[in-house]
Write a protein that binds this ligand. Structure first.
Ligand SMILES: *Cc1c(COP(=O)(O)O)cnc(C)c1O
Length: 367
């Protein structure tokens, strides 16, 4: 057994780099004794908005509820349908379900594995009220094509902090755009957090009410709403990490290029490509191969942890049996789920570890 162990993510390395600033940020919050919707939240919302180029950032408790709040702000709920790609993780659908609306899956494009516009057109009914393209693996979905549906677009930017599409940052195109700051995302808190971004003043104001029991001022409620707030410690931590985000994304691009140089060209191995006119921030490094399970077992034996993003498309999850969309409903998504595998990939991975990973993959193909 090799001594080498390379995991999917080692966030303690990042904390070691930032310890001084993170400890100071947490200390500042504790000393102030103010824990929700305070100065750190406001400062982070302003700083993230300037970085993104968006007028309003409304933070919330997590990325799932960011999607729910976005739908609630648009008045989408029970009896409505919302298009989502079949190849995404469950929270994209969960966020829709929490609003009362029904997520309706579409197939994905074979090259990018993001929402297929043709399939989306076929899924539209009179009840369809919004579409949620997911910028998957760090690469943008084809927003121009999806725009042609004529539906309000809510971007799922949980994996795409800093990605661009036709020169604009992901998270600036949808009427509303949703971010997750789950710890392993390109910008992650040390706990749960999320945000909705918009340029629309009215929607922003509504979102601020909705995340705080519909409250406009103390004990005065004009909206339903839920409790979905970020906490001041996470906001303070995110402010520290936001200042590193561009460097970490640049590091991810270098790492992806290093892996590409070592792996692309091996027979039977490919990568999802980025939508035309888009630039990925490489949230993950997914490969596509018919020998996915054997490759995973080989890497595991060499001390390298892999993951599958995602093994089951939304429509084949047991919880969605009632949709009656069986095997074969979305062939491209289903094939991707059988062939995709993610290598260890996070900005604090060292070059020698990256090379150990690519050497191990090469040994699988070139024996
Ligand atoms: C992580 C993620 C979410 C949900 O984020 P949480 O903060 O865990 O609720 C939603 N959509 C996608 C595509 C994600 O990767």
């Amino acid at each position: 057994m090799p001594a080498l162990k390379i995991s999917q993510g080692d966030l303690a390395r990042e904390y070691t780099e930032l310890k001084f600033e993170i400890d100071a940020a947490i200390g500042r919050v504790l000393t102030r004794g103010y824990y929700l919707l305070g100065p750190e939240t406001e400062a982070f919302e302003n700083e993230f908005g300037s970085w993104l180029g968006r007028k309003h950032v409304v933070t919330c408790a997590n990325g799932t509820e960011a999607l729910t709040l976005a739908l609630m702000a648009l008045g989408v709920g029970t009896g409505d349908e919302v298009l989502v790609p079949a190849n995404t993780c469950m929270p994209t659908a969960t966020g829709v379900k929490l609003s009362g609306a029904k997520p309706v899956p579409t197939d994905v494009d074979a090259r990018t594995l993001t929402m297929c516009t043709k399939s989306a057109i076929q899924a539209v009914t009179p009840r369809t009220k919004a579409v949620i393209p997911v910028h998957l693996y760090g690469g943008p979905a084809d927003l121009d094509a999806i725009q042609s549906l004529g539906l309000p677009i809510i971007e799922d930017c949980a994996q795409s902090h800093g990605a661009t599409y036709r020169g604009r940052k992901a998270g600036t195109a949808g009427v509303l755009s949703c971010f997750s700051f789950y710890p392993s995302k390109n910008l992650g808190a040390y706990g749960d957090a999320g945000a909705v971004t918009t340029d629309d003043d009215k929607l922003a104001e509504r979102l601020r009410r909705l995340r705080n029991y519909g409250q406009t001022r103390r004990d005065h409620h004009e909206d339903g709403g839920i409790n979905s707030r970020i906490d001041e410690m996470q906001a303070a931590i995110l402010r520290v990490k936001l200042r590193r985000l561009d460097d970490w994304n640049a590091r991810r691009a270098k790492m992806a290029a290093r892996l590409d140089a070592a792996l692309m060209g091996l027979p039977g191995l490919s990568r999802p490509v980025t939508t035309n006119g888009g630039e990925s921030v490489h949230h993950l490094y997914p490969l596509l191969t018919d020998q996915r399970d054997d490759l995973a077992a080989h890497l595991e034996k060499n001390g390298i942890q892999t993951r599958v993003h995602y093994p089951t498309p939304l429509h084949l999850q047991p919880v969605h049996e009632a949709w009656k969309l069986g095997k074969g409903s979305f062939p491209v998504a289903e094939t991707a789920c059988r062939r995709v595998i993610s290598l260890p990939f996070f900005p604090h991975l060292r070059d020698e570890e990256i090379d150990a990973v690519s050497d191990s993959v090469r040994r699988f193909y070139v024996r």
